[in-house]
Design a protein around this ligand. Structure first.
Ligand code: PRP
Length: 219
């Protein structure tokens, strides 16, 4: 299945997840200036590095409370999650094991496409508590599909954690158990999120300048 279009990707039916406290980020004019290096491509800073760091600490406390007393398996979705994941797991004072699933939905554009799995899970999650971590919950297609696949492996429970939640674009009936920030329908990059594989290294979440993904027609 690796590298091919996946046909098992219907969303899980009857999935019940609980939403915990979430911070809403509005598209107000950001007080934080875009660093000069990025000003040509990034329109505004939506969430600062400091806001992210603070929010991750509170998310970690919530997760610790819920997973107390059992070793968990953290399953992270490549590639966008890596920055968030690295910061999150270092805040978790719990025994955990870590594994990755490679899945991609966007291709090189800004719209969801079909899902392609590029790496399968290696750890055995049967009977385990799983924390599924992703950078953004957008249409929900990726998370729904991955949950459906994980359920076949018979974990004891699956909880979901995302840094960003963009409910305006949701197609699947899914919410995250732990969610960092609810954001408006803007094309965001940084802190792991990309456009055409670029901008993952921004330390903040920013809004891309439209000319980057809608370049002016050549004369
Ligand atoms: C992004 C993001 C999520 C997914 C969310 O991944 O990392 O996994 O899209 O979108 P959805 O809710 O509409 O399914 P992407 O496919 O861009 O791959 P990446 O993680 O390598 O950036």
């Amino acid at each position: 299945m690796v590298g091919e279009r996946d046909e098992q990707c219907a969303g899980p039916s009857g999935l019940t997840l609980i939403v915990t406290a979430q911070l809403k980020i509005k598209n107000s004019k950001s007080k934080t200036a875009v660093p000069s290096r990025w000003r040509k491509e990034v329109q505004s800073v939506l969430i600062t590095e400091a806001q992210i760091a603070r929010r991750i600490k509170t998310l970690a406390r919530e997760i610790e409370r819920d997973f107390h007393g059992r070793e968990m398996v953290v399953v992270a979705l490549l590639n966008g999650t890596v920055v968030f994941l690295a910061d999150l797991i270092r805040q978790l004072n719990l025994p955990l094991r870590l594994d990755f699933i490679g899945v991609s939905s966007y291709g090189l554009g800004t719209e969801s496409d079909h899902l392609v799995f590029t790496k399968e899970l290696r750890l055995d999650v049967r009977g385990r508590d799983v924390l599924l971590v992703d950078d953004i919950l957008d249409t929900g297609k990726t998370m729904s599909c991955v949950i459906a696949r994980l359920k076949l492996l018979k974990p004891r429970r699956i909880k979901t954690c995302v840094l960003l939640d963009k409910p305006a674009r949701r197609v699947e009936k899914i919410t995250a158990d732990y969610s960092g920030f609810e954001i408006p329908d803007l094309f965001v990059v940084g802190y792991g999120l990309d456009y055409a594989e670029r901008y993952r290294n921004l330390p903040f979440v920013g809004v891309l300048q439209p000319h980057v993904y809608h370049p002016p027609a050549a004369k």
